[in-house]
Structures are given as C-alpha cells and as structure tokens.
Design a protein around this ligand. Structure first.
Ligand code: SF4
Length: 351
C-alpha cells in the first residue's frame, strides 16, 4: 500500500473483511464498520464507539473517510433547492431537491462534467473531469435528504440520476451507489424509487439487462429521428435509434420494467406534428411512457422554449395515439436548477 491513505468507503464488503482478517480481527467487525459507514454515515473513526480504541487508531493510520461539503444552497421561488456539492478534492457538482405534493425527489450527479456534449445542455459545455465515486454519489443523496427534512420536514421518496454526467459511462460506481442506497445497511430505499437516465448507449443498456437491475431506466430521447437526434446528441451517431430500440426491448423483456422517454421540447426543432408522429412510431417499437419536458434556455440561446399551446397539442396527439404522457413544467428556473441547466455557473471551481 502506498503512503497515501485509502478512502475506506471505496472498499467492497469483501475487501473490508479481507483487511480485518489480515489484522486478525473477527469477521463481525467488518459488518460493524459497514454499518457505521453507510447506515449511520459516520464522519470519523472516533464516532465508531463500539469499536475498540486500538482498532480505531489502526483504521485511522491506513484509511480516511472522504466527506463532501455543501458550501451553497439556493432555494427557488417554486421550492426547488439546488445544492453545490464540494468533493474532497475541491471539485464541485450539483444536486437538486425537487419538491412536489406527493414526493420529494433528489436529482443527483454521476460525473464531474460530461463527455457527451449534448447541444442543449449546460453540463455538456464542460469537459468531463472525472467519475464520481460511489460514496460521493451516496453522499449527495444524504445531502438532499437532509435538505428535504430541513426545508419541508418530509422524507426523501425518489432519486433520479439526471444531474451532471452520463451515469452509464460510470457504470460500476453508479451501480455500487445504488446498492448502498437500497441496502438495509445503507439508506434502505426501494430500487423502484430510483431512475437512471441515459443519453442512450446500446451496450451499456444491454449490460443493465444482463445485471437484471431493479431500478428504473429513462432514455433522454428528444427526437425520434436519427438525423435530428444526432444534431443535438452526438452519441446518437454510434447508437442509432434502431440499436437503442433493440437494447431497450431486451431490457424490458429481462427486467419487466417499462422505460421512460424524456423528451425536451424545443421551439421549431422537435415540436411539430411530424415529430409527434415519429415519437408515436418509436413508442410502438418500444413500449414506454413519455415525459415531455419544458426547455429552459442556457446562456448560449441556441434553443428556445416551445409555445405552451404547441406543447399541449403535442401531448394530446400522443395521448390520442395511446401513449401514456405527462408534461413536466421545468422547476427551479430562477436558480439554474432545471433540466439541462446544471453546472453552467460552476465552471470556475473545476477549471
Ligand atoms: S444531457 Fe446528460 S449526457 Fe448530455 S451532455 Fe448533458 S449531462 Fe451529458
């Protein structure tokens, strides 16, 4: 081992057990430690009061427990709370609490920046700096859970991986974070309350099916036509709609979990009747519910918000065709917390 102390929460349960056996400690100590780390969210070894003092100092000599801080919270006039999350190395990501009458949703980040450069997205303007570790993803959920308690006195009910980054390009860490969030020795949340949203990477969707995941999957679709989709999402050039449809069908067959299509609607780009027709045709290939999301402009003004009347007509067309659809009025616009807006004010911190 190098002199640098390892982050204890980067170890798997097996690795923790192996460490304890190497220092001749009984197996149950590993379970105690996991409980402290993930269930009780201990911030230091000192907190672990049921461990012998000597063991606590041995742990201290070899490990650290990385922590994040929340240097800033902004509350929108609609109640949305955006938290700046400072990681142990000083990098900053964002996590958002979206309150509604029937649910409290955490929108969390999986990478610092993003490599996929979707044209409408503020995060896509930043380059990808690094993947987040499982504990960094987990801790965002804890931070948002605390915000839900602090501002609304309500428990967190849902989690969406829709903040900064492409979750499926940080596959292992994202799945480990979900394991910790859903485990009884973690936050004990139900997997069906978690949605991972992807820009669409065929081979990673197939891997989710292979891993028989229990959480929900959403595809950021935004256009059901390859030429149009490639214009705003370069990832579509290597992952055509045809290939995504096959992978999503397989995912639905294996997991028995219906996917959701996210569709940000832009003025004069994808808000016409023919776009709705293409979307209906795609929903025939892949049974899915559709969320139509109102667009919020980012600083470059390349896209504009669609006319609400057109949005309603678009949704009505889908509904008449038998598609389950809802319109999501974007939240937290005044604090840049809405979909596609995250990160545009944090570039300096990560430069
Ligand atoms: S929309 Fe998602 S995948 Fe696309 S650039 Fe933004 S963060 Fe990355």
């Amino acid at each position: 081992m190098s002199n640098e102390k390892k982050n204890l929460r980067s170890l798997s349960s097996e690795q923790i057990e192996a460490f304890f056996s190497s220092i001749s400690q009984p197996k149950f100590r590993a379970r105690q430690i996991e409980q402290w780390l993930w269930q009780k969210q201990a911030k230091s070894f000192e907190d672990m009061t049921n461990l012998p003092l000597e063991l606590r100092s041995t742990l201290e000599e070899s490990f650290v427990i990385n922590q994040l801080t929340v240097p800033e919270e902004q509350v929108s006039s609609d109640g949305t709370v955006k938290c700046a999350i400072r990681l142990h190395d000083g990098m900053v990501v964002e996590a958002v609490l979206i309150p509604a009458d029937d649910r409290m949703t955490a929108c969390i980040s999986s990478q610092v920046g993003c490599s996929l450069s979707c044209a409408f997205c503020a995060t896509g303007k930043l380059k990808r700096m690094r993947n987040l570790e499982p504990d960094e993803i987990f801790d965002q959920v804890v931070a948002i859970k605390e915000a839900a308690h602090k501002y609304f006195n309500k428990p967190l009910t849902n989690i969406v991986y829709m903040g900064m980054g492409e979750p499926l390009l940080n596959y292992k860490n994202v799945l480990t974070s979900i394991y910790r969030i859903t485990n009884d020795m973690g936050l004990g949340m139900a997997a069906r309350r978690i949605t991972v949203s992807t820009a669409g990477i065929e081979k990673m969707i197939l891997r989710l099916a292979e891993d028989k995941v229990k959480f929900r999957l959403a595809l950021s679709l935004h256009a059901a036509n390859d030429e149009k989709r490639s214009k705003i999402m370069p990832i579509n050039e290597q992952n055509s709609l045809e290939s995504l449809a096959k992978a999503l069908n397989h995912f639905e067959d294996v997991t028995k979990n219906r996917v959701t299509f996210e569709y940000i609607i832009f003025k004069d780009f994808n808000d016409k009747l023919e776009d709705a027709q293409e979307l209906v045709a795609f929903c025939k290939k892949v049974p899915a519910r559709v969320n139509i999301i109102e667009y919020n402009s980012i600083d470059d003004q390349r896209f504009e918000q669609a006319d609400p009347k057109k949005v309603n007509a678009f949704a009505a067309y889908l509904e008449r065709a038998g598609v389950v659809v809802s319109i999501r009025r974007s939240r937290g616009k005044d604090i840049d917390a809405a979909c596609g807006q995250l990160a545009n004010k944090n570039q300096a911190a990560n430069a």
